[in-house]
Design a protein around this ligand. Structure first.
Ligand SMILES: Nc1nc2c(ncn2[C@@H]2O[C@H](COP(=O)(O)OP(=O)(O)OP(=O)(O)O)[C@@H](O)[C@H]2O)c(=O)[nH]1
Length: 389
């Protein structure tokens, strides 16, 4: 009966001594005190208060409750679980190796490449790139296109002397394919755009100004990489961009560079007040191109903070064959136009690549599947487009 001490066994008994009354009974098997002395006389029983080891422990807590601990304490091998109540996860200070977890934002900030993300085996971004429709079902990421993200025309470049192309409209084949809804998988695809550049040049601010229309004048270093999703509608076709914000700090460069692969456009950001950051743009570009096919990547050179040496920057953009855009995240000047141009040119390149890939079999052809046929895939042209050149 718990709570009522039972009579103790005689000293010298061969049976183990069981002390009832403790919440967790202590079982002493073959205790030295239980053994008789060599001459056979029983050992004197020590009074409980003289005993060096208390034998009865009352009130052992069942679980340890740690309230307000800065980091959850995990007590491994403890028989009772430790319960941690309302422990706040620490927000990483600048330069801390711990990832920043911001809870409660409408679009969660996912810091990929952090040790925790890898341990959890969760890489939502790469899942999105591999199978966006599956990932979208799980994560509900592919939200409807906002009204202010609809593009009916090709946004124009900022400077003709440093532009990817200066055509007034989309390529005629692209316009035609969109009119006939022959854009293949482009509508389901998510195009990866990476933003690189020195630390503190304004990469995060640029993305935040466009995606959230916010500007934070306090510098918080990006740890590893971060990304934002933006949905557009270009010529009636849905199109998604994944904007990857990479860390400029040297110590996070190796993490960030592992996410360069598969980029369809590279935005190199620098600070117009900082000559060194302009000089470093070539190295950033070279590193990003190592992981990508230079012939299929669109380049943009963007000073995120206005000022002096624009002439030099234009020259660097021409050398890089990049499109030059001067933007200000502080005032929002040119930010929307810039990202619309990025979206439009990436979309155009995607549709042209899709049309090219389709080759003999045109996008939109009907594929008949007949189980009796040895050749399961027979194509029949739906109708010959009239508008394509
Ligand atoms: N005046 C002005 N300041 C800016 C502009 N863009 C960014 N800044 C400031 O520049 C600082 C750095 O901005 P971030 O966007 O955090 O820099 P980052 O390139 O992402 O830095 P890393 O994450 O370390 O790579 C912040 O203090 C911003 O307030 C701009 O267009 N104008």
């Amino acid at each position: 009966m718990v709570g009522q001490p039972q009579p103790r066994d005689d000293v010298g008994s061969q049976r183990s001594r069981v002390i009832v009354g403790a919440i967790r009974p202590r079982v002493i098997v073959g205790s030295a005190r239980a053994r008789p002395t060599p001459d056979g006389t029983p050992r004197p029983q020590l009074a409980a208060e003289e005993s060096p080891r208390p034998r009865v422990i009352f009130g052992t807590p069942r679980a340890r409750v740690i309230v307000g601990s800065p980091r959850p304490r995990v007590i491994v091998s403890s028989p009772w679980p430790a319960v941690v109540v309302a422990s706040p996860r620490p927000r990483a200070p600048v330069g801390s190796p711990w990832p920043r977890v911001v809870v409660g934002t409408p679009r969660p900030r996912v810091i990929v490449g952090s040790p925790r993300a890898r341990v959890a085996g969760a890489d939502p971004a790469s899942a999105l790139l591999r199978a966006p429709w599956k990932a979208a079902g799980r994560m509900n990421i592919l939200a409807p296109v906002r009204r202010d993200r609809v593009l009916a025309e090709l946004p124009q470049c900022l400077r003709k002397e440093a532009a990817l192309h200066v055509h007034k409209d989309f390529h005629p084949r692209v316009t035609c394919a969109c009119q006939e809804h022959r854009t293949g998988t482009v509508g389901f695809k998510i195009s990866k755009i990476i933003v690189v550049g020195d630390l503190s040049v304004g990469k995060t601010c640029l993305i935040n100004r466009f995606c959230k229309d916010t500007f934070d004048k306090n510098y918080k270093a990006t740890i590893g990489v971060d990304f934002e999703m933006e949905r557009f509608e270009v010529l009636g076709i849905p199109f998604s961009l994944q904007l990857w914000d990479t860390a400029g700090q040297e110590r996070f460069k190796c993490i960030a560079s592992t996410y360069y692969r598969g980029a369809q456009a590279i935005i190199v950001v620098f600070n117009l007040n900082d000559v060194a950051s302009l000089e470093h743009t070539k190295q950033w570009l070279a590193d990003a191109l190592k992981e990508n096919d230079p012939s299929s990547v669109l380049l943009f050179l963007t000073p995120a903070q206005y000022a002096l040496m624009e002439k030099d920057a234009l020259q660097v953009a021409q050398e890089m064959k990049a499109e030059y855009w001067a933007v200000s995240s502080l005032t929002g000047e040119n930010v929307r136009e810039f990202f619309f141009r990025v979206a439009a040119l990436t979309f155009e390149a995607n549709v042209l690549a899709e049309l090219e890939k389709s080759g003999a079999q045109r996008i939109g052809d009907v594929v008949r599947i007949n189980s009796d046929d040895s050749n399961l895939y027979l194509t029949a042209s739906k109708k010959k487009p009239t508008c394509c050149p």
